[in-house]
Design a protein around this ligand. Structure first.
Ligand SMILES: Cc1cc2nc3c(=O)[nH]c(=O)nc-3n(C[C@H](O)[C@H](O)[C@H](O)COP(=O)(O)O)c2cc1C
Length: 123
């Protein structure tokens, strides 16, 4: 995974929820995840995604420009809808440093998002 000096100093993180348009087939999900992991590792993005039937919750973290660019693409992806950003903030360290994109149980992602917001959002 690529980590440059600027990245080490400042990591930006975006979280959002959305809904797949129809429940995706397991092969389609595997394909999406492996393509995502490959792209993310090229641009220094790490994160997690929780999928429960059609519900999606994803966290992206990395250099701000890479995260913003990717989120722009994700927002116009026709495979999902009702995309709502839940947070966007600078974090001091990556929460998913070892994963270019890891699929976790939905409830685990909900808990992680809750923790990230509690730790990093100003009151
Ligand atoms: C729920 C969801 C999560 C996604 N997460 C990522 C991701 O982490 N990384 C990624 O490269 N693409 C992700 N994508 C795919 C992007 O929306 C987009 O298809 C991909 O970046 C390729 O864009 P391009 O066709 O402009 O190259 C995701 C798509 C969906 C529907």
């Amino acid at each position: 995974m690529l980590i440059d000096a600027a990245d080490a100093a400042q990591i930006y993180s975006i979280g959002y929820v959305s809904r797949f348009v129809g429940e995706p087939a397991p092969e389609a999900l595997d394909d999406l995840l492996s393509r995502s992991a490959a792209y993310n590792s090229r641009v220094g993005i790490t994160g997690c995604v929780g999928i429960l039937r059609s519900d999606v919750m994803q966290v992206l973290e990395g250099p701000q420009s890479a995260v913003v660019d990717l989120f722009r693409k994700i927002q116009i992806d026709k495979r999902h809808t009702d995309i709502a950003q839940t947070f966007a903030l600078n974090v001091r360290a990556r929460h998913f440093a070892d994963w270019s994109m890891v699929s976790l149980p939905f409830g685990v992602v909900v808990g992680m998002v809750d923790q990230i917001r509690r730790v990093h959002e100003r009151p």
